[in-house]
Design a protein around this ligand. Structure first.
Ligand SMILES: NCc1[nH]cc(CCC(=O)O)c1CC(=O)O
Ligand SMILES: [Zn+2]
Ligand SMILES: [Zn+2]
Length: 373
């Protein structure tokens, strides 16, 4: 190499390095304005494009998430029938059973030992004449929910008991409230009845009552009845605030026998496109005294979970990964689309990333096996 070509080569490399430096200083200007002057090591690339090192290790990958699933974030749904010795597989809900009160404790013993922290109870009346227009059996003191609340409080002192509050399992028409003659919901009568049911569950010992009916004003009505009864200080009021109508509740309705006998729930559950409406429902429930707000379903409504986190930034946000989401993941895994566990983890990660810190999920028993914390 001739002297002159060596000089021009050095000059070229210097100018290349200056280019790199100015790029680096541009991309790092947020960090320090003196970084360029202080840099003595030679930089061989654009630092802003070098991300792999930050997540090369499994632990470093875990650190990328704002929050990781823990056992205390999970609530497990249980279907309690009025047939004390029943234990029946629900065909459309893989590995999930409807159980009578005599079968619940032996089943939960194993799960509690594995770290189960919370359950949500749904009553399923199967006997003759157990349904009527007013959902009278919802707060029957000898009914499956109230008896199971008392039993679980006695048997598992550390288990957090949530009671879903609704009339649809107990009404002859299968709707979530009391109807007018024309078949529409009578909001005033429904709220009065639903708040009585919530009070009955709370008085029986439920740590948390969770109205899922979507009637207007039920959060306020329940809170007032809890205050009046002197137990508001010991009961969490978790509102299904943004509950969307759609086709993801089918397996649940099979399990609970709560399919409406006519019409649908579109006049009280939210339309799937209604983001603004969901925000208003969330704000309404926060103003009425909800302690936790819930979004349901979960994976199809991640933007709503994120809205809930923003609107209720000082409240815990729960997400219900519903029966249809669970059944879909199982069906796809059985068809070889993906691995069940990998998908269950990915779905949950999305729900947490959106802003939820509580997840109601039929995968809870699986996660108790999969999680170490
Ligand atoms: N109000 C009843 C109720 N409470 C929870 C669910 C859905 C849970 C699931 O699908 O897993 C439903 C079904 C519905 O509204 O029809
Ligand atoms: Zn209902
Ligand atoms: Zn319900």
């Amino acid at each position: 190499m001739s002297f002159s070509s060596l000089v021009s080569d050095i000059a070229y490399r210097n100018s290349e390095r200056d280019d790199l430096r100015s790029q680096v200083s541009r991309t790092r200007s947020y960090a320090s304005t003196t970084a360029t002057a202080a840099t003595s090591v030679s930089i061989s690339g654009d630092i802003s494009s070098q991300l792999h090192g930050g997540y090369s290790h499994p632990l470093a990958r875990a650190w990328q998430a704002e929050r990781q699933l823990t056992k205390s974030m999970l609530i497990y749904p249980l279907f309690i029938s009025d047939q004390p010795d029943e234990e029946v597989l629900i065909p459309s809900l893989p590995n999930q059973y409807r159980r009578g009160i005599n079968k619940v404790v032996p089943y939960l013993q194993t799960l509690v030992a594995k770290g189960l922290k919370s359950v949500i109870l749904f009553g399923v009346p199967l006997g003759p004449n157990t349904k009527d227009a007013l959902g009278t059996n919802a707060d029957d003191p000898k009914g499956p929910v109230i008896r199971t609340i008392r039993l679980l409080r006695r048997t598992f002192p550390d288990l957090f008991i949530v009671a879903d509050v609704c009339l649809c399992e107990y009404t002859s028409h299968g709707h979530c409230g009391i109807l007018r003659d024309d078949g529409s919901l009578n909001n005033t009568l429904s709220v009065d009845r639903i708040s009585d049911v919530a009070l009955a569950y709370a008085s029986a010992g439920a740590h948390c009552v969770a109205p899922s009916d979507m009637n207007d004003g039920r959060i306020r009505a329940i809170k007032l009845k809890l205050i009046e009864a002197g137990i508001a200080h010991q009961v969490v009021l978790m509102s299904y605030s943004a509950k969307f109508s759609g086709c993801l509740y089918g397996p649940f309705r099979d399990a609970a026998g709560s399919c409406p006998s006519f019409g649908d729930r579109k006049c009280y559950q939210l339309p799937p496109g209604g983001r603004g409406l969901a925000r208003r429902a969330i704000v309404r429930d926060i103003n009425e005294g909800a302690d936790i707000i819930m979004v349901k379903p979960a994976s199809q409504y991640l933007d709503i979970i994120s809205d809930a986190k923003e609107l209720g930034k000082d409240l815990p946000v729960a997400a219900y990964q519903v029966s249809g989401e669970f059944a879909m993941i199982h069906a796809a895994a059985s068809a070889g689309v993906f691995d069940l566990r990998a998908m269950a983890e990915e779905a949950t990660q999305g729900i947490l990333r959106a802003g939820a810190t509580i997840v109601v999920s039929y995968f809870t028993p699986d996660f108790l096996d999969w999680l170490s914390n």
